[in-house]
Design a protein around this ligand. Sequence first.
Ligand SMILES: Cc1ncc(COP(=O)(O)O)c(C=O)c1O
Ligand SMILES: [Zn+2]
Length: 421
Amino acid sequence: MTLTSAGPRSAVRAPFGPAVALACRECGTRTSLGAHYACLECFGPLEVVYDLRPVTRESVAAGPQSIWRYKDFLPVPEDVAAAPGLQPGLTRLVRADNLARELGLKSLWVKDDSGNPTHSFKDRVVAVALSAARELGFTTLACASTGNLANAVAAAAARAGLRSVVFVPSDLEDGKIITTAVYGGALVAVDGSYDDVNRLCSEVAADQESWGFVNINLRPYYAEGSKTVGFEIAEQLGWHLPEQVVSPVASGSLLTKVDKGFRELGAAGLVEPTPYAVFGAQATGCSPVSAAFAAGADVVRPVRPATIAKSLAIGNPADGPYALDVVRRTGGAVADVTDEEVVEGIRLLARTEGIFAETAGGVTVAVTRKLLAAGLLDPDAETVLLNTGDGLKTLDAVAPVVGPTATIDPSYSAFQKAGLA
Ligand SMILES: Cc1ncc(COP(=O)(O)O)c(C=O)c1O
Ligand SMILES: [Zn+2]
């Protein structure tokens, strides 16, 4: 008897699961699943389209304790959870009553994605991109990053046994450089802004055929990973959609995909398709989407970033116009806050809920406060804030304003004098 590799299982194996094609977001032209990211007709960005199979709440609940419980909504093979990866997701949804009281909100939750393996939501997008990289035969995993993505790519590649090459602006926080470099891949610090880094990486991607840039030639797959933030929120709320979500915005991808996730859950019958509003948060020093929202413009005009919220410092956001569409369609808003307010936002979340967010989380909390004051967020509506990263990576932001409340000699009288009792 001869054994061949083309057995019945491999004959039906779908490397991208329920995904059937890539489609242009602008003109709708379809192209095959592959390492394509721009439409050949109009250069518009491509997005994954699916032929979704029936999914039940029970089948999701019986799945892995990671984003792979939602594999039926992602461009990944059925056996994706068996491949070596970081297994991100299923982070906690924290009831935030103390913060709600301070902000004057009736019902508030924090989706705390600092609990992911490299402490940001980027582990989700990288996990999906890694699966696509494997299926497409890439041997090097690469990215242009504002910091968190570099962590996630370097760590995921290490675990998957791939080479990694990550490119970051050279003025990144030490916390993000060190927490990337430790995984042992190539880390290239580029003297320029994130937008310069991204341009350079597009050139490199065009030339290096064995390199999968998670957010360039694998971007359609990568972006789908962010839907799992929306899926988890709905499941953790007991299978319903919140009424308001506040998301930080850099490229704008996360915000658009939380919306896509909510819509897919409604279409699949896993939740009632109840209305919700999506809000975007930026730092004033890099607020092209917020500026376009305020001006009522459809076009996002690029800016040169200058803010301590470096993870959000994308001056020319690829998904900016789509984020504006989502915000406007759902009745949300976009706002921005100063660096001082970002630091206050970090401290407020830490003081009220015991959650230490990075600068992006500070932006989200501070924008929430601002939108409430402006009457744009409904104080009576169930609201979820996305905390997408960990404060331990951006210690510099708060170091000047926090420290010991007293420094004393090791004697009881010194303790008494400090007035702590
Ligand atoms: C912590 C954190 N939050 C939010 C974002 C925004 O993500 P997006 O580019 O999908 O808008 C980023 C992007 O780097 C990030 O690092
Ligand atoms: Zn097109």
